[in-house]
Design a protein around this ligand. Sequence first.
Ligand code: ADP
Length: 763
Amino acid sequence: MSYSDERLLGTPITLSNCDREPIHIPGAIQPYGFLLCLDEHTHHIVQASANTETYLGQPAESLIGRTLDRVLAPEQQAKVEGLFDTLGTAPQLLGVQLDGVAGQPYFKLIMHRYDEVLWLEFEPVEQLEGTTPDLSFLNAAMGQMLAAATVLEFCQHTVDQVRALTGFDRVAIYRFAADESGEVIAEAKRADLDPWLGIHYPATDIPQQARAMYLKNWLRFIPDAGYAPVPLVPVRNPASGRPPDMTYAVLRSVSPIHLEYLRNMGSGATMTISLIQEGKLWGMVTCHHLTPRLVSYELRDLCQFIGKTFSALLGSKELLDNTEYQLRISERQNELFEHVTVSGPANFVDGLCGHFPTIKDVFDCGGAAVCFNEEITTLGATPSRDQIRELLAWLQENAPQDVFSTSSYAALNPAGLAFRATASGIIAASLADAPGNYLLWFRPEQVRTVTWAGQNEKPQKLADGQIFLSPRQSFEAWKQLVENTAAPWKPVELEAVKDIRLRISDIRLKVFNELQAQARSLTRLNTELARSNDDLDSFAYVASHDLKEPLRGIHNYALFLLEDYADKLDEEGVHRLQTLVRLSQRMESLIESLLQLSRVGRAELELEKIDLNDLLEEVRDLLQLRFEETHTQLIVRHKLPTIMGDRIRIQEVFSNLFTNAMKYNDRPEKLIRVGEAPTDTFPELNRANFYVFYVQDNGIGIDARHQTNIFKLFKRLHTPEKYGGGTGAGLAIAKKMVEKHGGSLWVDSQPGQGATFYFTIPK
Ligand code: ADP
């Protein structure tokens, strides 16, 4: 016994000291039976309940110091005393005849040994109600309990059976949460009573010393909540100097506070059975009757048996529940990832949110959100988008872990108060490859409204540490405690989130890797291409440069031969020499073109601002003579922009296109129109980034078949004789110059209807 227990002995129990009330040594019993405490060695009565007179017609005082001979016949006495040696805390039951006690001939005698005392508790038999159930009832009851597939079903069977056995108006099961608060999770009751399902009460409703006692003593019984406690005579055990420890006594008188609670809730009789798992109080079966109700010791024993069986089976039922839930979670997860795979990694948000099961359906929650690349997709009940954005900012600041979870966000950040109803509980999984991107799950605040029957009791203002005297007060107190709190996240749920996070990261990583691989091979290709282009350009340059000299020699020698030896040759010989001169001349111009082309490839552009209007005037000046000779009119449609480009190259592009426009034209009046294409043309090009210019003629046009070929080197559609064409390198060179600027060159034409050459230059 602790000091505080001692101090409270004899002190009236009030709301402020009942948490220290020594409930195991009340020094009093309930009056539905009587008690004798015997010295465990001498077997003399050392204490008796003050109500012996009622049952035995003998005052308690008269029994003290005597043996059982005052109540039992010698034969009975010998039989009872013969059991004393075997007694421990487990009670033994015996039917006894109290010889010589008029009108009360038969009692149940419940005996145990504890606190150095032999406890003999007598319950009169004729007052006992109910019949002992037969074995087949028990068999059926056990069968049901074994078959239950979930914890809730298991609890329901249990309350049904306890009610069927005892006939209490209401039998319920409370389950304790990790914080020791309780919740009614199963109930069997008279149809006209209000349901208690879902009612919670705070941990303080069952004081610690009571919880400790409930672990030792599996069943407590109060057949009449209106009873007046009967003190022991004397109250203190003469050997120990204090009341004996009634932890295992069935008649133990309970706390006056508890009795007040019972009366406030309208309970006339109660019985509670402990449900114990791994040495901890998991919950309780509580029975209530509106009026006083006696339940026989045998039935109470049977209920205790049910409580112990429940406790023994509970672990397997919980495992079943968890396995079931876990199985459901992993099935849903697999289905979810099938969607994600089908949708493709680029559309993984749709995969997560677009079909059942979405990420919200994987486990129990109120809502979920996918926050990816500034986009927020929500499912179910969630905070607003703005609130989610604020939450994301908070997470980035305060939650560096991969998976963060809380069941009370408002306790961490007051901003959470605004959406506590939908999201007191939050799990946030940050996506590995993308900072700032999250998957979120929300769970609502768990407080819910219970409609109370009986309007006479007003909820009271509750002070800290107060003991609550009615279920409604308890519930109000519990609500205050759990404000802004959601039901806690289960380990299986957090595991599922970790898994989802990894699998998404995996998928996204794959895409990322694929893209990187593609990018790498593209770069390699580009480098190779650039290198081979460079090689080609250098080759063309070297070849054409080195070929020029010998060719010039051949050409000159052929000319000399013609000039000096023509008279010594016949006509055939002269003709062949003339062909040699012509061919070498042609070869020279081909080589010249090749050289030009390679120069375009090799030389870096010299970019500068070019006012195209000025530039076109310069080109017009250069070509003026030819325009006149060919009766060509150059029309610049409107004012042209100023661009960034290499002045010489752009000039060459225009002059090349103009020359062709003059050449491939057999009309007497030739027209060349130059301008910038209207902005609504070529929608496939991003006109914000490109200028598009055109050079249009009214010449012979180009057949669609040849429209790509003409840009190839030395590709000509006509003999030089026909339109006075060149080597067929002009367009190839022009194209290469435009491409060097980052643009492209193409033609749009129909034979006989002129041609329009377009080229783009980046802005
Ligand atoms: P060339 O030096 O022969 O003019 P180009 O590369 O400039 O070589 O042109 C290639 C061929 O494209 C020309 O031989 C000609 O048949 C055709 N071509 C070029 N410009 C035009 C045009 N404006 N109208 C019709 N045909 C053209």
